[in-house]
Design a protein around this ligand. Structure first.
Ligand code: AMP
Length: 214
């Protein structure tokens, strides 16, 4: 099964993707994580992308389609792919459609995670995550443990993303509504779209996604 998690920044796509990986042996393909890794590795592409990401704008379609194509060529897909943060534009959606056809694969569902903007600002500006395993923390609802160690993997490398600030978030939300939200209509028209309430607690959202995938 191959699915897309669609939703604005802070909707909980990464959290739900990790749950699906654990429970269904699926492979999470997060273009945001891949770009951050390229940046850490200091590649030319990573450096250029880093500046764009800090502003909150979208990296070019050619770059992200290229990195997704590379991943799909390397991975064997195991229990299927979860596309997290990709596609973000119509050009990316069409490229993904072609890549899946070339691989003889289908897109089984597009889960739209619905949340309102006020909740997003609160979630994102309070967010940090474990660099080692991706576990997400929130200053109010799930603070980092007093010993500074990740509850999931024990690493003490818990970080805030440089783009998780109010100014960059405003740009990211603008990019979402302008460039990504047309994909809701695109996938609805194809009959692939399932909406879930992304504001419910993590387990309830996971249950709604499981129901949508049945
Ligand atoms: P994310 O971790 O998904 O919130 O992505 C962080 C940042 O990486 C975004 O604000 C964009 O600058 C960039 N990015 C991630 N995925 C894409 C994509 N599919 N298309 C363009 N830019 C992306």
């Amino acid at each position: 099964m191959n699915i897309i998690l669609l939703g604005p920044p802070g909707a909980g796509k990464g959290t739900q993707a990790r749950k699906l990986v654990e429970e269904r042996n699926m492979v999470q393909l997060s273009t945001g994580d891949m770009l951050r890794e390229a940046r850490r590795n200091g590649t030319e592409m990573g450096k250029k992308a880093g500046e764009i990401m800090d502003r909150g704008d979208l990296v070019s379609d050619d770059v992200v389609i290229g990195i997704i194509r590379e991943q799909l060529e390397q991975d064997n897909g195991a229990g299927g792919y979860i596309f997290d943060g990709f596609p973000r534009t119509l050009a990316q959606a069409e490229a993904l459609g072609r890549l899946l056809i070339d691989m003889g694969e289908n897109l089984d569902a597009v889960i739209e995670m619905q949340v309102d903007d006020d909740a997003l600002v609160g979630r994102i500006t309070a967010r940090s995550s474990c660099k080692a395993c991706g576990e997400v923390y929130n200053d109010i609802t799930k603070p980092i443990p007093a010993d500074g160690k990740c509850v999931n993997c024990g690493s003490d490398d818990i970080i805030r993303r440089p783009d998780d600030n109010e100014e960059s978030l405003r740009t990211r939300l603008f990019a979402y509504y302008k460039q990504t939200s047309p994909l809701v209509g695109y996938y609805y028209a194809k009959g692939d779209l399932k909406a879930v309430d992304g504001l419910a607690n993590m387990d309830e959202v996971a249950a709604s996604i499981a129901k949508a995938l049945r």
